[in-house]
Design a binder for this molecule. Structure first.
Ligand code: TYD
Length: 140
């Protein structure tokens, strides 16, 4: 049985009458050191983002504001999550095809990444991903 390639990560929420605070520390409540941060925002209604997989990259997705749907598949299973809370993220390991859609107005998708940007780490063709996934899921 191979390990799951994604999981929900509950983040601490330090509540305060002055406003809440959530903290993520690389290597502590996130199982990698953060090499890169990016965020997707001002997404027009009906847009789809991502549509690719990564060979080595690990990422944590969080809805900082608003909501969106993150759909994942690794050749063995598929799962979709509606992200809508800034104190919960989805950790995605390498070898997972991901699409992000159904953005609400004002949605901000924060992504913490384990590696710096590297186009050669992307698998951008779904057909190529199907071949890659079959290899990664092959026994042995
Ligand atoms: P892409 O990864 O395809 O966006 P998404 O998966 O979120 O839809 O990247 C879109 C463009 O932005 C592409 O030209 C590459 C560039 N880009 C960077 O230069 N650095 C980055 O860290 C990222 C994520 C993208």
């Amino acid at each position: 049985m191979q390990a799951a390639r994604w999981k929900i990560v509950d983040l601490p929420k330090i509540t305060d009458v002055r406003g809440n605070l959530t903290v993520i520390e690389g290597g502590a409540n996130l199982p990698f050191d953060i090499a890169r941060v990016y965020f997707i925002y001002d997404v027009p209604s009906g847009s789809t983002r991502a549509g690719h997989a990564h060979r080595r990259l690990r990422q944590l997705f969080i809805a900082l504001s608003g909501s969106f749907r993150l759909s994942l598949e690794d050749g063995r299973q598929r799962e979709s999550f509606t992200l809508k809370r800034p104190d919960s993220g989805i950790l995605v390991e390498p070898g997972v095809w991901r699409e992000i859609d159904d953005f609400s107005g004002g949605a901000v998708c924060l992504v913490l990444a384990s590696l710096r940007y590297d186009e050669s780490d992307y698998i951008r063709s779904y057909d190529d991903f199907v071949v890659y996934a079959a290899q990664q899921n092959a026994p042995g």
